[in-house]
Design a protein around this ligand. Structure first.
Ligand SMILES: Nc1nc2c(c(=O)[nH]1)N[C@H]1C(S)=C(S)[C@@H](COP(=O)(O)O)O[C@H]1N2
Ligand SMILES: [Mo]
Length: 391
């Protein structure tokens, strides 16, 4: 197990040391309108300022055009909540690890987790529903679920400990098969993964995001981050882990995150409505509003590209009816679990235009020209025809 000590972790631990008391309660002590404690007032679904986001009923969508560096700042990172953000205090945090796959059930405190070997990873996180609205807006067949544009994705530096460390403390048995993570939010959001994925050293239990204490909306005090897999595996506000020697079937792998459609065969013996989604797909998106408005003249267009299967090696673009794709420039760094930034110059002439971008990863996965429809609107990754009005 490698012990990585980047500046952000040092900073985090310094903050923790200098102000541990205040820090541990900082997230539970907010008062005023956002506290949501008054009787009869429904709790605000999120804690952060929704101002810079595209607002959905309980979710906040990032406006990619506001992002500059590789890392999405915490205050601009999208929020996907099935229930309002719970107001928790690290001092009360307990993580139970139990189930017939754990020979030594345990209960860990926040400090117990901070004391485990730390690991830092830059990784993007994408909601399975990202781009869902384009089934309707581009392909003309609406899919069920939150109508996200391109902003249910972000890239952050996560610091925590490998989930494997916690599983080993709990006496993981050889016969263990599935590991289900439970949040403490209303409805106890939970999503199981096979033990192999749980033991991947990059599957983390995280307490810091971009060098700061994990914010309430992103799972404070502890969340999972499962790089490369749909965001729903990265359970926030963790409270319990159930390790089983059999497969675990719950709402989130029988009805919610499954592919339902004529071209998506389901596993015959699974009690699920369709094939369960794990990894998502290679994608690229322009950092522009949809539709975009630009001034006439030479413009530097930019965007983000990512793949769950490996590093991005190529990004291309084309405008309007162009038959050939042109190369965009990929900006360093190109990291295995992160997204990349890309840019290319485009000469904008007055009128209505369509600009497409297309990414390819190191294993040759690229964005296809069509994808089969599925009812819940997952895995759409065609090069999007981004509408651009030039005046
Ligand atoms: N406890 C809990 N964890 C959760 C969720 C939730 O509603 N409750 N939403 C999941 C989904 S669907 C996604 S895409 C990611 C979003 O993480 P973020 O809100 O930090 O961007 O969290 C996941 N973890
Ligand atoms: Mo999601």
């Amino acid at each position: 197990m490698s012990r990585i000590t980047p500046p952000s972790r040092r900073e985090f631990l310094l903050t923790l040391g200098a102000a541990s008391g205040a820090l541990l309660t900082a997230c539970g002590s907010e008062t005023g309108a956002r506290g949501g404690a008054e009787a009869g007032v429904p709790p605000t679904p999120w804690v952060k300022d929704p101002g810079p986001f595209i607002r959905h009923p309980t979710n906040l969508e990032t406006r990619l055009e506001l992002l500059e560096g590789l890392l999405t700042p915490n205050e601009l990172f999208f929020v996907r909540n099935h229930a309002p953000t719970p107001r928790l205090d690290a001092a009360d945090f307990r993580l139970r690890v139990e189930g017939d796959g754990a020979a030594n059930p345990i209960e860990l405190s926040y400090e117990d987790i901070l004391r485990l070997p730390s690991r830092t990873l830059i990784a993007y996180l994408e909601c399975a529903g990202n781009w869902r609205s384009f089934f309707d807006r581009v392909l003309g067949t609406p899919a069920r679920g939150g109508q996200w544009g391109t902003g249910a994705v972000g890239c952050a530096e996560w610091t925590g400990t490998s989930l494997a460390n916690v599983l080993h403390l709990a006496g993981l048995r050889d016969s263990a098969m599935d590991v289900n993570l439970f949040g403490v939010d209303a409805g106890e959001f939970n999503r199981p993964m096979p033990v192999d994925k749980a033991l991947d050293p990059n599957t983390l239990l995280v307490y810091a995001m971009n060098g700061a204490v994990l914010p309430p909306d992103h799972g404070y005090p502890i969340r999972a981050v499962v790089p490369g897999w749909a965001g729903s595996n990265s359970v926030k506000w963790l409270g319990r882990i159930a390790v089983s020697t059999e497969r675990q079937w719950v709402r989130n792998n029988t009805t919610s995150y499954v592919l339902i459609g004529p071209r998506w065969p389901k596993e015959q013996h699974d009690p699920a409505d369709g094939a369960v989604i794990t990894t998502l797909a290679v994608k690229s998106a322009l950092a522009l509003p949809w539709p975009a408005r630009l001034a006439t003249g030479r413009q530097l267009l930019r965007g983000f590209a990512y793949s769950p299967h490996g590093r991005i090696t190529r990004v291309e673009w084309k405008a309007d009816e162009a038959t050939r794709w042109s190369r965009a420039q990929i900006l360093e760094p190109v990291l295995p679990h992160a997204w990349v930034r890309f840019e290319f110059p485009w000469t904008a002439t007055p009128g209505s235009h369509t600009v497409r971008v297309r990414a390819t990863d190191e294993r040759g996965n690229t964005q296809p020209d069509s994808v089969p429809f599925n009812e819940k609107g997952y895995l759409l990754n065609i090069p999007l025809p981004h509408p651009v009005e030039v005046a």
